[in-house]
Design a binder for this molecule. Structure first.
Ligand SMILES: [Zn+2]
Length: 202
């Protein structure tokens, strides 16, 4: 006798949901049942949103933040932004806490990680040449290093300061009030606001 189980389509949905981060088998089953019970419209909305987000979301060709279909992101395309300020972050997700702090109206550059030889991340793997090109195109700009205050963040800041030292720009780093050893995503808006306003030249 074969033990009773969900039909094949449900089992496949549960398998897919299990692959999501932080979703165990029981949570996946709960989600699948919820979708089943909430009618076809919710499920269709979800599947359409999922496919659209995955297919259309790309990296901004200039700064590396999220954009649509290879176009410039909203900040890069905004003519009212202060182009003399270039804020360097590790990951695209680090842009959002800075934007939400309301304290910054310049442009961004996402490195795509931080220098970490132990994890096999070398400077060549980050978008540093693109950053140097952008600084050359904007002589006299201020490069604000908004990197985490951990060892790798320090190493990355040091490396960038060396590389940028030859170029016609000033370099500063946010520091004041940032939680030691933490990334930008853990800082609240007020801490970040103070950290940006209290940046120091390096
Ligand atoms: Zn951009």
């Amino acid at each position: 006798m074969k033990a009773q189980d969900y039909p094949l389509a449900m089992r496949e949905l549960i398998e897919c949901l299990c692959r999501l981060p932080g979703t165990g088998r029981r949570s996946a089953e709960r989600l699948a049942l919820w979708l089943l019970q909430h009618g076809k419209a919710d499920a269709r909305d979800l599947s359409t949103a999922l496919i659209r987000a995955v297919e259309q979301t790309t990296a901004c060709p200039r700064c590396g933040f999220f954009s649509t279909d290879g176009e410039l992101c909203a900040a890069c395309a905004d003519p009212t932004r202060d182009t003399s300020l270039l804020c360097v972050v590790e990951q695209p997700t680090d842009v959002l806490p800075i934007e939400r702090s309301g304290s910054y109206h310049g442009l961004y550059h996402c490195l795509g990680g931080k220098v970490s030889p132990l994890d096999g991340v070398m400077p060549e793997q980050l978008s540093i040449p693109q950053l140097l090109d952008r600084v050359r195109e904007q002589p006299g700009c201020e490069v604000i290093l908004a990197l985490g205050s951990d060892v790798e963040g320090d190493a990355t800041a040091l490396y960038l300061a060396e590389q940028l030292g030859e170029l016609p720009c000033t370099i500063s780093r946010i520091a004041q009030g940032m939680p030691a050893g933490a990334g930008l995503s853990q800082a609240d808006s007020i801490t970040l606001l103070r950290a940006i306003q209290g940046r120091t030249k390096i």
